[in-house]
Design a protein around this ligand. Structure first.
Ligand code: NAP
Length: 288
């Protein structure tokens, strides 16, 4: 049992913190920008709510964060009230935000200079993965620090792996998002084509999902895509944030991402259609 803090009780963080308490058996302190949410969490699950990230981080063995983007992450870590100001020497900060590899390296260096560890640890598996404690966690950082963190992360992970030095977790998450973008567009076009061809879409998917076209997106999203329902998790706004991170990293490392760049523009069209909070399978909506 460890003393842990969780910063950012959103769609993902709220249930992840719950697993640290219920499954991990840890003593959990929480911080959320909207304080009432932290109070609700503490009341429901039994823990302590703090008013600043610094206070939440004080005296903890592990401090977790899951906030929005690079700027949000800097806001909860740096500065007088940031978590880093409260971190004990030898403690570990584990960041589950999907952010850039740059900010991961920057915070890793700041943590190292101050005598504590930092692991970038973005997740995949969505809201359902967080609720069920079945996330995939992709980590970057030092091996000895990761070895301490892995069993604690295990409270909400189905798979957890150290991918390399600081930033490698974020780079791996970028690969994940690159693979999803083109695939969802292809699935959208397939369903759209089947509709236009007058085929029974359920029957088409039942058959082709037994063959080489099968994918997680096909299995889990085709029925709702066919019905034009897009309320099933990861939002278009978040995806555009992630694709923008991928595209800037690719500009730097020279990777060619033509389909990812195109799909990013398609998602911009979905946003203009009013779909900013729709889930990522809403790419099919712009084909109508
Ligand atoms: P969310 O529901 O919008 O929650 C975001 C959390 O961060 C909230 O607790 C919010 O506080 C806090 N926050 C945001 N900006 C902040 C700031 N400047 N200072 C302090 N706190 C701040 O988002 P989410 O869906 O949990 O996603 C969190 C991260 O996980 C994102 O990086 C996302 O890309 C990634 N992710 C999400 C999913 C998914 O399916 N949702 C899947 C994989 C990865 P308030 O309550 O005050 O707003």
């Amino acid at each position: 049992m460890a003393k842990v803090a969780f910063i950012g009780l959103g769609v993902m963080g709220f249930p992840m913190a719950r697993h640290l308490k219920a499954k991990g058996g840890h003593e959990v302190t929480v911080y959320n920008r909207t304080f009432t949410k932290a109070q609700d969490w503490a009341k429901t699950h039994g823990g302590t709510a703090m008013r600043t990230p610094r206070e939440a981080a004080q005296g903890q063995d592990f401090v977790f964060a899951c906030v929005g983007n690079d700027d949000d992450l800097r806001q909860v870590t740096l500065g007088a009230d940031g978590a880093f100001a409260g971190m004990a020497k030898g403690a570990v900060f584990i960041d589950h935000t999907t952010a850039s590899a740059d900010v991961a390296r920057e915070l890793y260096a700041a943590a190292k200079a101050a005598g504590f560890g930092f692991i970038d640890a973005p997740v995949s598996g969505g809201q359902a993965g967080a609720e069920n404690g079945a996330l995939t966690v992709m980590c970057g950082g030092d091996g000895d620090v990761y070895a301490k963190a892995e069993p604690v992360i295990g409270a909400f992970a189905r798979a957890c792996r150290l991918m390399g030095p600081a930033g490698s977790g974020q780079l791996t998450k970028m690969v994940n998002q690159i693979c999803i973008g083109g695939l969802v567009q292809a699935l959208s076009e397939g369903i759209h084509f089947a509709q236009k061809a007058g085929l029974d879409v359920d029957g088409v998917i039942e058959v082709i999902s037994k063959g080489a076209a099968q994918s997680w997106q096909m299995e889990n999203r085709f029925a709702t895509m066919n019905e034009g329902k897009f309320d099933f998790g990861f939002a278009v706004d978040w995806m555009r944030k992630d694709l923008s991170i991928c595209l800037s990293e690719a500009r730097r490392n020279g990777a060619q991402l033509p389909v990812t760049a195109l799909v990013d523009q398609f998602y911009a069209e979905v946003q203009r259609q009013g779909g900013a909070r729709w889930d990522t399978s809403s790419l099919i909506a712009r084909l109508k």
